[in-house]
Design a protein around this ligand. Structure first.
Ligand code: GLU
Length: 304
């Protein structure tokens, strides 16, 4: 039997003193305040066992990890139009690239790049009565943790500097792929990215994707067929233009965020999340990628 406690603590010890840690995101000024030396790992087994190392209980900005959560909330409405408004192909481009969007007539490549997530945010702004409150409630419910919240300073920091994201939203609007006002959708989008969670809370929230749509409390939030689609999108599109590299090195569906968090999962087995704020040139946590590569190599647990 695998000794997860030992494996995770060894990986943490191996990597925590790495001299090369990557660079903390600075294009969102509030994120640049993060200490590059923080590093946490949390593993949640579907049988209930948990294992952790380092800063696994320190909240961080989940950023693009939120895109999987909004997608799951939107998918649950079973709106056939969703897949007409956003595609399911890897972009091979950075998360905020606009040229493809123009070339492809305002249909974003996938729901995990910014333009695609903005379309999903638009859908939630239409479907939810109180979008920000209702979405936060959903995240708290699936993570079984009512203490999760937005960091309003981060949301404001993103709003002030979010010129590229506003450009994407305006482009979507010009192609008739945004139903609500740009400002309404962007307010929601900046808040979803500014949710703060610990590695432990992220792993618990992603339990639904490892457990055929049932959360910790055994409530069915999405169907197993919807989970299949979400996990497939994570595998092919979850790491910006490094999704192939993540599949190659780690071999699990997952999602990263520019706050330095990564979450990955093996369906019916486990969820593992890491946080180390230093990013590699592609925008993924440098130490987090290495930690997950070591984890699947040492345990031989991957979807392949
Ligand atoms: N809020 C960030 C942005 O829109 C999310 C980027 C990310 O984590 O990939 O730029």
């Amino acid at each position: 039997m695998l000794d997860f406690n030992k494996i995770i603590n060894n990986i943490h010890n191996n990597l925590k003193n790495n001299v090369v840690k990557g660079v903390v995101a600075s294009y969102i000024p509030e994120l640049s305040k993060q200490d590059v030396n923080q590093f946490g790992i949390f593993m949640q087994h579907v049988d209930g066992r948990t294992f952790k190392a380092g800063d696994a209980q320190t909240p961080f900005s989940i950023q693009s990890i939120s895109k999987v959560l909004t997608l799951s909330k939107a998918i649950a409405f079973e709106d056939n139009n969703l897949w007409k408004r956003v595609d399911v192909e890897p972009s091979g481009n950075p998360f905020n690239h606009l040229s493809l969007l123009e070339l492809e007539n305002g249909i974003p490549r996938n729901p995990l790049i910014n333009a695609g997530a903005i379309v999903i945010a638009d859908i939630l702004c239409t479907k939810l009565e109180n979008p920000k409150e209702d979405f936060l409630k959903y995240v708290r419910d699936i993570a079984n943790d009512q203490s999760i919240n937005y960091n309003f300073k981060v949301a404001e920091s993103e709003r002030k500097t979010g010129f590229n994201n506003y450009a994407a939203a305006n482009l979507l609007k010009s192609f008739d792929n945004l139903n609500n006002d740009v400002d309404v959708v962007m307010d929601f989008y900046f808040h979803q990215c500014a949710i703060e969670m610990t590695c432990a809370q992220v792993a618990k929230a992603f339990y639904v994707f490892a457990n055929s749509g049932r959360c910790f409390n055994n409530i069915q939030h999405i169907t197993s067929s919807q989970v299949k689609r979400i996990n497939a999108i994570m595998l092919t599109c979850g790491f910006y233009d490094e999704s192939g590299e993540f599949a190659f090195e780690v071999g699990l569906p997952g999602k990263s965020g520019v706050g330095g968090g990564i979450v990955a999962l093996l369906p019916n087995h486990l969820i593992i999340s890491t946080w180390s704020p230093g990013l590699n040139p592609k925008g993924n946590s440098l130490i987090g990628m290495q930690a997950l590569e070591q984890f699947t190599t040492q345990t031989n647990l991957s979807i392949f």
